[in-house]
Design a binder for this molecule. Structure first.
Ligand code: ATP
Ligand code: MG
Ligand code: MG
Ligand code: MG
Length: 483
C-alpha cells in the first residue's frame, strides 16, 4: 500500500511527536515577518524563539516543535511545469529546536525518518548530502554515526550551504547558519549524471534535494564599516529543518514528478476531461501549470488573500492569470479553473480541514477573475485580428504591436504567436523583446522594486508602490519574475 501525500504529512508529525516535539499549526501563507511577502519557510514564524524569546505557544511550552508549513515561492514560479521539482506553493515539513538538541540529533532523526522501513524506507545506499565547507562536525555525524561514504558528501560555500542562501553577504538580517542538505539518488531511469557532476553544475535530474537541515547559530546584524557581515552568535544554538513534502512523496510513490502523484494526477485528469486535450507533448506544460497554480491560488485565497491590484493580491492575480492563459491555450475559453477547486479541497483537507468551509468563497473569487481575464483576452484577440488583417502580404507582426497587445491587454507573447501562426504570420520576437526591455527600464527607474535569490519581494517595497490599475503582467514586477 503506497503512502499518500497526506499519509507522509501525518507520519512526519507523528515521528517528531515521538521524539517529544510539540505539534504546532503552520503559519498562514501571509508572511509572519516583513522580510518576505509570503511565507517561504517553516522557520519564519519562529524567528523570535531563535532569537531567544520564550518557547511558549498557545498549545503549550516546548523547546522542540514540529509543523507542516505551506510555503509560497514566487521566485520558483517560472520553473513550474518545466523543472518538475518546483511548485509555487509547497509544503515544508519542519522540526525545530530552540536551544535544545542540535546537529547530531537533527541529522540522526532525518536519517531515521527517511531510511527506516517503518517510516519512509529510502534506500540508505542512495542517500547523499551536502555540508557547509568547514562543517567537519556534520561530516563526522554523517560518516561515523550513519556510515555515509565520504564520496556521497559535497562541501559547498555560503551560496549553497548556508540558510538563507548567501545570508552573510546578502542578508536578510536575523537568524541564519550553515546547513546540510539531503539528496536522494532517484536512479539511472531519471538521468545519467553523477554526484560529482552535481558539484559542478548544481543541477541534476537524478539527485533530488529533499530536506534541508539548518543550524542557526548566528544573528546577522548587517555589514560593518568595511562591508564585512556582522554575524553575532545567537543566545543558543538552534535547529531548523525543512523537508519538501511533495518531493518526498515523489520518491516514496516512485513517480517521475509531482504531476503523477496522488495530489496532482487527479487534477491533470480533470483538466484533460475539461479541455479534451490529452496530457502529452508540448501542451502538457499547460496542464501542469494549470494544476499547480489552481492548487496554489486556492490555498492562498483560502488563507485570506484577496485578489487585488497591489501587493500580495496582485501577485496572486498574476498567477491565476498565468493559469488562465494556459487554460486558454488548451482551448478552454470559458471559466474552468474554478472547477478544480473541489478536487484541491478534497486532496488537501486532511492537513487543512478549514479548506472545506472556504471552498465556495475560493471558487467564486477564482471564477470572477477568470471571467474578467477572458474578457480582456477577447479584446486582445479582436485587436490582434485587426492587426493581422492590416498586414496584407507581409507575414510578420511587428515587435511593437506584439508588445502593445501584451502591455494593454495582458496578452502574452506565446498566445500572440500561436494566433498569428494560425494565420501563417510570424512575430518579430527580437523587436518584442526590445520594446519590453525599454518598458522595463522605464518601470525600474520609477521604483526600487528588486529581486533577491530566495525572497520574492520585500513586503515593504511592495507596500510603498503607488496604486496602479492592472493592465498587463509585469507593470509591478519589472524583473518579469512571474511570466
Ligand atoms: P532547490 O535548490 O531545489 O530550489 P532550495 O534549496 O531552494 O531547493 P530550501 O530553501 O532548502 O530549498 O527548502 C527546503 C526544502 O523545501 C527543499 O529541500 C525542498 O525539498 C523543498 N522545496 C524548496 N523549494 C521548493 C519548491 N519550489 N517546490 C517544492 N519543494 C520545494
Ligand atoms: Mg530554491
Ligand atoms: Mg537547493
Ligand atoms: Mg535547500
Amino acid at each position: 500500500q503506497r503512502l499518500t501525500t497526506a499519509d507522509i504529512r501525518r507520519k512526519f508529525l507523528e515521528f517528531f511527536h515521538s521524539k517529544e516535539h510539540l505539534i504546532l499549526p503552520g503559519h498562514p501563507v501571509v508572511a509572519p515577518d516583513p522580510t518576505t511577502m509570503f511565507t517561504v519557510a517553516g522557520m519564519q514564524q519562529f524567528k523570535p524563539q531563535f532569537m531567544g524569546a520564550p518557547a511558549v505557544f498557545s498549545e503549550g511550552a516546548s523547546k522542540r516543535v514540529t509543523t507542516a508549513q505551506k510555503c509560497v515561492r514566487m521566485d520558483d514560479i517560472e520553473n513550474v511545469g518545466r523543472t518538475r521539482r518546483h511548485l509555487s506553493l509547497f509544503e515544508m515539513m519542519g522540526n525545530f529546536s530552540f536551544g535544545d538538541y542540535f546537529k547530531r540529533d537533527a541529522i540522526a532523526w532525518a536519517w531515521e525518518f527517511l531510511t527506516s522501513p517503518e517510516w519512509m524506507g529510502f534506500d540508505p545506499e542512495r542517500m547523499y548530502v551536502t555540508i557547509y565547507v568547514d562543517d567537519d562536525e556534520a561530516f563526522r555525524y554523517w560518516t561515523e554515526d550513519h556510515g555515509l561514504p565520504k564520496d556521497h558528501i559535497h562541501r559547498f560555500g555560503a551560496d549553497e550551504n548556508f540558510w538563507p542562501a548567501d545570508a552573510p553577504l546578502k542578508g536578510p538580517n536575523g537568524p541564519c547558519g550553515p546547513c546540510s542538505e539531503i539528496y536522494y539518488d532517484r536512479g539511472p531511469k531519471y538521468g545519467d549524471d553523477s554526484w560529482a557532476d552535481y558539484a559542478k553544475t548544481r543541477e541534476s535530474a537524478r539527485f533530488l534535494e529533499v530536506w534541508n537541515l539548518v543550524f542557526p547559530e548566528f544573528d546577522r546584524q548587517g555589514l560593518d564599516e568595511s562591508g564585512q557581515p556582522i554575524l553575532a552568535p545567537l543566545p543558543f544554538k538552534n535547529i531548523d529543518t525543512g523537508m519538501g513534502l511533495e518531493r518526498v512523496a515523489s520518491v516514496v510513490q516512485d513517480v517521475p514528478d509531482f504531476y503523477t502523484n496522488d495530489v496532482f494526477a487527479p487534477l491533470i485528469d480533470k483538466i484533460v476531461e475539461l479541455s479534451g486535450r490529452p496530457y502529452e507533448g508540448e501542451s502538457s506544460v499547460s496542464h501542469r501549470v494549470i494544476a499547480e497554480h489552481a492548487r496554489s491560488v486556492s490555498m492562498v485565497i483560502a488563507d485570506g488573500v484577496a485578489l487585488s491590484n497591489t501587493g500580495r493580491g496582485y501577485v496572486v492575480r498574476k498567477v491565476l492569470r498565468r493559469a488562465s492563459r494556459h487554460a486558454y491555450l488548451l482551448g478552454l475559453n470559458e471559466p474552468s479553473i474554478y472547477r478544480l477547486v473541489p478536487l484541491v479541497v478534497e486532496k488537501m483537507k486532511d492537513g487543512y480541514p478549514e479548506l472545506v468551509a472556504e471552498q465556495e468563497r475560493v471558487q467564486a473569487a477564482i471564477r470572477a477573475e477568470e471571467e474578467r481575464f477572458l474578457r480582456t483576452l477577447e479584446g486582445g484577440i479582436q485587436r490582434l485580428n485587426g492587426l493581422l488583417e492590416e498586414l496584407g502580404s507581409e507575414k510578420v507582426l511587428s515587435g511593437e504591436d506584439a508588445f502593445t497587445l501584451y502591455d494593454t491587454y495582458g496578452f502574452p507573447l506565446d498566445l500572440t504567436q500561436e494566433i498569428a501562426a494560425e494565420h501563417g504570420v510570424d512575430v518579430d520576437v527580437t523587436g518584442y523583446e526590445l520594446a519590453l526591455e525599454r518598458a522595463q527600464e522605464t518601470a525600474r527607474a520609477g521604483s526600487k522594486f528588486g529581486k533577491s535569490e530566495l525572497f520574492d519581494a520585500g513586503a515593504e517595497a511592495v507596500q510603498n508602490l503607488p496604486q496602479t490599475e492592472f493592465v498587463g503582467y509585469d507593470q509591478l514586477d519589472a524583473e518579469g519574475e512571474v511570466l
